[in-house]
Design a protein around this ligand. Structure first.
Ligand code: MG
Length: 307
């Protein structure tokens, strides 16, 4: 059933509300002025002036009120490169990172090469968006991947991360530097073979990315594309993401052992509690050496630990 949307001014919406007064309902979604249910149609009028007609008689009802708004054509967001047709079937280096939102643990960046011939294998191994995979699935798939495809892994450990951050470097810049380096390392590993494309899971506008790495000796620009949700665009990004997550999990295991506390992911309250425990057992410096210290969690943990 097609929805019909019209744009109406306040007066028209008031008029409509009067017209439908016998079929108004009490339940309003956020931002709605009224919801009416004449036969064969649900009408929702919003404060923004949008009026939505749903149901088999939606068009009939809407036609007496005004002009139908043409559907909006989504324009690609600024700085997003349009990818070539059939890009998903190309031989591609995908690049992705993990750990940027976790208080504990490093940032891991992986570039991985999946050539055309390997695409069926990727599907067979279960490579897909890592957000839909459990940790144990990640570990299993990553072990197969590591044996099957060329990749390059970089780990930015917490002491170095904290030093860079203290000098005023943003996470965005750190990530850009790491991606550029991981891609260069992989290209060197693969030489003389070249990928048809390089896809970076986009975390910043293209121009900003290149500005971040402008002082680097070597900058990979050739064949580089950016896209958000890269994991769903090419399996190489999904593979990179799985290996990066695997590496991150292994680092977290090492940190748990070092801390004598099971270290949690994320940056929520449970993280503050674990961090406070580590302060009590090992001291603030030890905690600092395993966390992204500028996160608000550090202060909360210090408070919780009563230091
Ligand atoms: Mg990403």
């Amino acid at each position: 059933m097609a929805n019909t949307v019209i744009q109406a001014n306040k007066e028209t919406i008031e008029k409509m509300k009067g017209h439908y007064k016998n079929v108004l309902t009490d339940k309003l979604p956020p931002g709605a002025v009224f919801v009416a249910k004449p036969s064969g149609c649900t009408i929702t009028a919003y404060k923004s002036g949008k009026v939505l007609f749903q149901g088999s008689n939606g068009e009939g009802e809407s036609s007496q009120w005004g002009k139908v708004e043409p559907p909006k054509v989504k324009s690609p967001s600024k700085g997003t490169t349009t990818l070539p047709e059939n890009f998903a079937d190309w031989s591609v280096i995908g690049s992705d990172e993990v750990g940027t939102g976790d208080f504990f643990g490093p940032i891991t960046v992986v570039s991985a090469y999946v050539k055309r011939e390997h695409l069926p294998l990727m599907k067979e191994l279960g490579v897909k968006d890592s957000k839909n995979l459990s940790d144990s699935q990640i570990i299993k798939i990553a072990r197969d991947l590591i044996a099957a495809i060329p990749y390059s892994l970089l780990i930015l450990h917490n002491p170095k991360y904290n030093a860079m951050q203290a000098k005023g470097m943003t996470q965005g810049k750190m990530k850009a530097l790491l991606h550029n380096q991981a891609i260069l390392n992989l290209l060197e590993k693969m030489a003389p073979e070249l990928p048809e494309g390089i896809l970076i899971d986009q975390f910043v506008e293209k121009n900003t990315y290149y500005k971040h790495i402008s002082a680097q000796k070597k900058i990979q620009r050739d064949r580089v594309y950016f896209s958000t949700k890269g994991e769903s665009i090419h399996l190489a990004v999904a593979a990179a993401s799985i290996i990066a997550r695997y590496a991150f999990l292994k680092e977290m295991d090492k940190l748990s052992e070092k801390a004598g506390v099971e270290i949690p992911k994320g940056a929520g309250k449970h993280v503050d509690v674990a961090a406070a425990k580590i302060i009590k057992r090992k001291g603030i410096e030890e905690l600092k050496s395993m966390t992204k210290w500028h996160f608000a969690n550090s202060e909360k943990a210090i408070k919780l630990a009563g230091k």
